[in-house]
Design a protein around this ligand. Sequence first.
Ligand code: TXA
Ligand code: MG
Length: 313
Amino acid sequence: MKTEILRADPPGLARAAALLLDGDLVAFPTETVYGLGGDARNDMAVARIFEAKGRPQFNPLIVHVDSAETARRYVRWTETADRLASAFWPGPLTLVLPIRPDAGLSALVTAELPTLAIRVPAHPVARALLAQFNGPVAAPSANPSGRISPTSAAHVEAGLSGRIAAVVDGGACDVGLESTIVGLSGAPALLRPGGLPQEALEAALDMPLALRGAGDPLSAPGQMTSHYAPGAPVRLNATNLRPGEKLLGFGKVEAAMNLSPAGDLTEAAANLFHHLHAMDALGAKTIAVSPIPDHGLGRAINDRLRRAAAPRP
Ligand code: TXA
Ligand code: MG
């Protein structure tokens, strides 16, 4: 299969929507990372997503829709969902709610869980594609399973070229980290830290979120311990360099690459996956990473870095 590179203009988006309607896979930009989209109602399309990524098991997928109003067709809506959706959609937040029996989605999307993960992306290209396609799009991050998430069309091509029908090139992603996932089938719970800081959610809810540990079956099941792995091993909280290491810095340090010389967590999040890709290309034997403060977006950055550093299966 030759992967088409589509422009984010009306003819490109029309082509992308037509491919989706045919059950083909199209990678597209969101404000968080690039997604690998398929028609969430079409079993073949959803099966192709797992095949293209080489996902070892059927982890449930996030469904992308154009509005909270559309989301209500697929999940049992609640007052809390409404509060979070009003505050943060469109944006980097995924809500997990009980799926409606009449949702009409492929069973592969939820991996037979009674809940569905759903979000309304903010990226104008994602929104234009959803409008044109006029249906629910299942989309995991557009990377081969276990590798770093893509924040540019070039990253997608490097990982999935020849395995998917097309990529819509919409430039670099602003947020650079996947969406924050909040479970709402019981007390609001943080299932995956991400591009929307926990503090912002707790302020909107006016209560603390329940936290889920790794290994907790209610935690986002696709959160395997080793994930987001660059080619080279990763050493965290590095304050010095050992032989063969290159430093991925944060703040005022001398480093091969720096997530944010100014020590800004938003900038560091936006650069994280791009810099990990680039450090691999620099041929680092080991990637040493400066300490990152563990608040705001720093929590999601540290979550991804811990997974990148975890022993590989
Ligand atoms: O920012 C994002 O969320 C990106 C863009 C493309 O939207 N998507 C993304 O998808 O990160 P993916 O497949 O890489 O991660 C989806 C996560 C997995 O950890 C999965 O286990 C979890 O969502 N998930 C999906 N459905 C779930 C459910 N019903 N309950 C709990 N977790 C769920
Ligand atoms: Mg992913």
